[in-house]
Design a protein around this ligand. Structure first.
Ligand code: HEC
Ligand code: HEC
Ligand code: HEC
Ligand code: HEC
Ligand code: HEC
Length: 242
């Protein structure tokens, strides 16, 4: 009997078990690494029901982010604008300045704009697809960041250049903490002008101005700004989870 099955085979089941456990751990490890939401959500770019372009409205027309995202400075949530906001310009009657231009005539029959006007007429909101989404167990407040002068671009990338919005940053815990430990390079100087939300351009121009500064200069300024504004971003668990 024992001649047919040599003694060492007794340990085969154990070796197999240990081996497959190791394999499972490696597989689980790579699944965790590659498929953890914070990893694959970078670059997430859903197809939107209307081809609305930030590149056109912010990059080309110079609109202020807060013209549409009106709540960012007062509220924890940034809002998506209602169709009525679009209708300030896209009634189809024509924007005063553009009424007679060929460009405007072309836009009157743009199928995306027809869709926007139809949405307004029927009162049925445009079903925009959400791009950035934190898990429910994380507390995040836009106003707390925007009011101390953290630029939209630090967290969302160069939205003014996006034809379609995509997620640029991981939104992972490590990403939040990296900035909380070293917020200085991300602080905009002209925080107060960001409050007067009537005008166009301000957020865009400020972020551009910040970009023109060298990192070193920006850091020096950031240090002074962080001091002046008494900025101490939290690192304790309870600040973001409770
Ligand atoms: C004319 C109105 C308008 C202006 C101005 C505007 N946005 Fe938007 N924004 C929208 C609309 C509509 C959506 C939803 C559709 C989409 O994602 O493209 C949106 C979506 C977004 C999203 C993604 C939201 C999500 O679902 O996660 C971000 C981030 C954003 N905007 C940032 C900005 C920033 C930063 C600026 C200024 C540089 C800006 N927006 C200016 C109308 C506007
Ligand atoms: C302040 C005025 C203004 C507001 C508000 C505005 N738009 Fe526009 N939009 C324009 C102008 C001007 C153009 C033409 C730009 C060009 O082609 O030079 C345009 C173009 C467009 C186009 C045609 C495609 C393109 O990118 O050129 C779409 C679609 C559009 N807008 C959708 C929207 C939506 C949706 C909203 C609301 C979330 C909105 N717009 C709010 C002024 C505005
Ligand atoms: C410190 C980082 C940070 C800054 C600064 C920031 N955002 Fe956000 N933004 C986020 C995060 C994180 C989310 C996802 C929030 C969630 O799911 O609760 C988000 C979500 C959004 C959304 C989607 C909200 C919705 O309800 O669909 C919009 C729009 C937006 N941001 C616009 C802006 C604009 C405009 C600015 C600048 C005025 C800005 N954000 C500044 C981190 C930031
Ligand atoms: C680009 C820099 C930056 C990023 C990224 C960032 N923060 Fe902050 N955060 C700040 C600064 C600056 C403050 C303000 C600190 C102060 O006022 O003393 C702050 C303050 C806070 C506060 C305390 C104020 C409040 O809301 O009660 C919380 C909580 C917070 N951040 C959560 C987050 C979370 C969650 C993320 C990631 C999803 C994040 N932050 C990403 C810079 C950042
Ligand atoms: C500045 C904000 C911030 C602070 C401070 C913070 N977290 Fe988080 N935490 C986050 C965010 C954002 C996520 C969501 C990450 C994601 O979606 O991948 C998260 C996720 C988690 C998760 C789930 C991880 C997973 O992979 O699903 C745990 C557990 C966690 N945090 C524990 C902690 C503990 C413990 C502390 C204190 C040592 C802490 N956090 C401090 C922002 C924070």
């Amino acid at each position: 009997m024992s001649a047919i099955f040599p003694r060492w085979t007794n340990s085969v089941p154990t070796i197999l078990a240990v081996g497959s456990l190791g394999g499972a751990a490696i597989a689980a490890g790579s699944v965790w690494y590659w498929f953890t939401p914070s990893y694959w959500e970078v670059g997430y770019e859903p197809i939107q029901p209307v081809e609305y372009s930030h590149q056109t409205h912010v990059g080309k027309l110079g609109m202020d982010c807060r013209y549409c995202h009106t709540g960012v400075e007062e509220s924890s949530e940034a809002n998506i604008p209602a169709t009525a906001t679009c209708m300030n310009c896209h009634t189809g009657e024509g924007d005063v300045a553009m009424l007679n231009s060929d460009l405007w005539q072309a836009h009157k029959i743009d199928p995306n704009l027809l869709q926007v006007r139809t949405a307004f007429a029927t009162g049925e909101p445009v079903q925009w697809r959400r791009v950035h989404k934190l898990p429910g167990y994380v507390q995040f407040n836009h106003a707390a960041h925007v009011r101390v002068g953290v630029s939209c671009y630090s967290c969302h990338g160069r939205v003014d250049q996006f034809a379609v919005v995509r997620q640029e940053k991981s939104l992972a815990m490590g990403w939040c903490l990296d900035c909380h430990r070293d917020p200085e390079p991300h602080l905009l100087e002209n925080r107060d002008s960001m409050r007067d939300s009537a005008g166009f351009c301000e957020v865009t121009d400020l972020a551009r101005a910040a970009e023109l500064l060298s990192m070193a200069e920006q850091r020096e300024r950031g240090k002074a700004l962080a001091n002046e504004r008494n900025i101490f971003p939290p690192e304790s668990c309870g600040a973001c989870h409770n």
